[in-house]
Design a protein around this ligand. Structure first.
Ligand SMILES: [Ca+2]
Ligand SMILES: [Ca+2]
Ligand SMILES: [Ca+2]
Length: 209
């Protein structure tokens, strides 16, 4: 059985050929005006060049205007005595939170004193470096929470309910202090020193340093 080529294919081929030639002319008209080209691939090449030129322009703008900011570095770390700290660029040195923005360059390159951190305290500090006292007017550094000292002024940084502090450590004596600087514990070095530090006098009669 003889097979015949579908008429449709011939027609389409003929039509496409005609259309292609026409499109080539249409497509190339702008090119012909400026570049003298006559074929589609030349037009495509010109379009590709335009795209490359646009990419090059974007790259140039990035170089001139500066690279976009990098993803913020996570600098959370644990300093000595497990205190909340700030990790320096060397990725080894961990500066205690309260040494950030204290006007002393504790990191080798001074990144703990950089202006973008310190020019509007505590707003520009990472949240993990800051503890908010029960009075919203006051804040302290995170490593001052549960350190035994009354840093907030109202002991909210030392109260188990607000600051989730553990019980007094082995170096501390639990009592109600008479001194403003302590909250629920006093250092055992204050025991038996002939000075009242607990309201109950337990530091002088019960506690052993
Ligand atoms: Ca510092
Ligand atoms: Ca404290
Ligand atoms: Ca005492």
């Amino acid at each position: 059985m003889n097979k015949t080529h579908p008429q449709r294919s011939v027609h389409v081929a003929t039509f496409d050929s005609t259309k292609s030639f026409s499109e080539e002319r249409d497509c190339c008209q702008p090119c012909c005006a400026c570049m003298g080209c006559t074929r589609r691939w030349v037009c495509v090449s010109a379009a590709a060049l335009l795209v490359l030129a646009a990419i090059a322009a974007v790259v140039a703008l990035v170089v001139v205007l500066g690279l976009p900011p990098r993803t913020p570095v996570n600098r959370f770390c644990a300093a000595s005595n497990n205190r909340t700290g700030f990790l320096c660029d060397d990725r080894v040195t961990c500066v205690p939170a309260s040494q950030v923005c204290n006007r002393i360059r504790n990191c080798r390159n001074g990144e703990d004193e950089q202006e973008k951190l310190c020019d509007d305290l505590p707003s520009n500090l990472p949240g993990y470096l800051v503890f908010r006292c029960s009075n919203p007017m006051y804040w302290i550094y995170a490593d001052q929470r549960c350190n035994g000292m009354n840093d907030c002024g109202d002991c909210s940084d030392e109260m188990e309910s607000l600051a989730a502090c553990p019980p007094c450590g082995s170096e501390w004596w639990r009592c109600t202090p008479v001194l403003y600087e302590y909250c629920t514990c006093i250092p055992k070095r204050l025991c038996r020193d002939s000075i009242q530090d607990c309201a109950s006098w337990s530091d002088e009669y019960i506690c052993k340093p």
